[in-house]
Design a protein around this ligand. Sequence first.
Ligand code: NDP
Ligand code: 8X3
Length: 262
Amino acid sequence: MAILSKKTALITGASSGIGRACAKAFSAAGARLILIARRERRLNELAAQLKRAHRTACYPIPLDVRDRLAVEKAVRQLPRAWRAIDILINNAGLSRGLDKLHEGSIDDWEEMIDTNIKGLLYVSRAVIPSMVERARGTIINIGSIAGHDVYPRGNVYCATKRAVDGLTTGLRMDLLDTPLRVCTVDPGLVETEFSVIRFRGDGKRAKQVYEDVTPLRPQDVADAVLYCATRPAHVQVAAVVLLATAQAGSTMVHRGPVRRKV
Ligand code: NDP
Ligand code: 8X3
């Protein structure tokens, strides 16, 4: 029997990148999936693809995690068969711009804070109470190396990821007397739509982020998320920091050929 058969996972940001890769990995492991993002067509296409590949039951919900009332309503109105969520993957997030703080766009700040921090909180607040009631659940937040290691001009984005780290630790404390587990998976460079979104569609600038380096693939991160979700019940993976081999921190990336011989 597949390791996650009969388990239900809710994944935010499932329409692209890491979230989409998590959907594929969890589908292959037998889970049923609630898929959340704003782009409905992508969610429906993914659901159809996973149904064909693994006969996965999917429940796509087009939703903006910044919309508190919509998040509450979507979770409250889940059909009975989808209410018992076993795994919550808080992945939806984004960066906007790479400006010095004193020159930054306040709209960009609001978008990052509202999505990366408040969106994660709204979804968590809506989903976790029923996990506590059922005494079952694993919460996996997608943080970032940026939350540990601030980089120049990363200011607000890095701060949102440091907040994710703080919220993960705080939630773990709050759930200490329950069987629930709280994890964070903190990747370095992963090639997704992340940089295209950061640079508002400037594909050339986005490509430069991953130039002359082999970045992580979204499925590498999904592997780590799956690992966290499939440990025995007494094991809680607190944090996974996952870097590309040519990366030693936010600003330490080796670009170009690697030394094969000493
Ligand atoms: P992508 O841009 O490829 O995917 C982002 C996902 O988040 C999309 O599915 C998008 O869906 C969703 N999303 C964004 N805003 C909202 C919103 N308001 N409501 C609902 N869904 C939303 O980027 P990644 O896969 O790289 O990013 C996923 C997470 O990983 C983010 O939290 C990011 O900060 C983090 N991360 C990324 C790294 C990287 O190098 N790529 C490294 C470390 C962490 P839609 O637009 O359809 O709503
Ligand atoms: C995404 C990784 O270093 O591009 O969180 O900000 S980084």
